[in-house]
Design a protein around this ligand. Structure first.
Ligand code: AMP
Length: 188
């Protein structure tokens, strides 16, 4: 099973992906985590991404698509994967379709975890306080920019998947377990 968890920053994609990977034995592919690891390791991609991420902007499509293409070739992805944070632009969505076609794979579902902006601002402020600012992009100013990027560049990807008949919208403004149950209901 290959699925995309789609939604704005703070929607709970990471939390849901962790539960679902465990339940279904899938690989959890978080491009944000991949980039944070690259920054920590000081790789070329990390050096390119560091300032962009701290500003809440998007890393260039060619860079992130290259990172994901490598990850998709790793053996744990053959059982299926959950994408968390990718695609974030239409060119990324098209590149993903091409990558999957080339390897004879397909997407089974795209799940949009829908949460209103004002709830996201509250959640991210709380996450920043709890993690002691471990994520340089978890602050209200950067979040506002990340939300603008989400609405301007990422949300417009949804019609692409709607046209393909893959899109399911879930209310993410509920307790974690209820969101998980709704996602599982879609996947069954
Ligand atoms: P996330 O952990 O998914 O919120 O991602 C953190 C940051 O990493 C984002 O704000 C972007 O700067 C960068 N990033 C993660 N995934 C992508 C992507 N698919 N395209 C471009 N930038 C990304």
């Amino acid at each position: 099973m290959n699925i995309i968890l789609f939604g704005p920053p703070g929607a709970g994609k990471g939390t849901q992906a962790a539960v679902l990977t465990e339940a279904y034995g899938l690989a959890h592919l978080s491009t944000g985590d991949m980039l944070r690891a690259a920054v920590a390791a000081g790789t070329e991609v990390g050096l390119q991404a560091k300032a962009i991420m701290a500003a809440g902007k998007l890393v260039p499509d060619t860079v992130i698509t290259g990172v994901l293409a490598e990850r998709l070739n790793e053996p744990d992805c053959t059982n299926g994967f959950i994408l968390d944070g990718f695609p974030r632009t239409l060119p990324q969505a098209e590149a993903l379709s091409a990558m999957l076609d080339e390897t004879g794979r397909k997407l089974d579902a795209v799940i949009e975890v829908h949460v209103p902006d004002e709830v996201l601002v509250e959640r991210i402020t709380k996450r920043a306080a709890e993690t002691g600012g471990a994520r340089t992009d978890d602050n209200v100013d950067t979040l506002k920019h990340r939300l603008e990027v989400y609405h301007g560049q990422t949300k417009p990807v949804l019609p692409y998947y709607e046209t393909l008949g893959l899109l399911h919208v879930i209310d993410g403004n509920r307790p974690v377990e209820l969101v998980t149950s709704s996602i599982k209901a879609v996947l069954h």
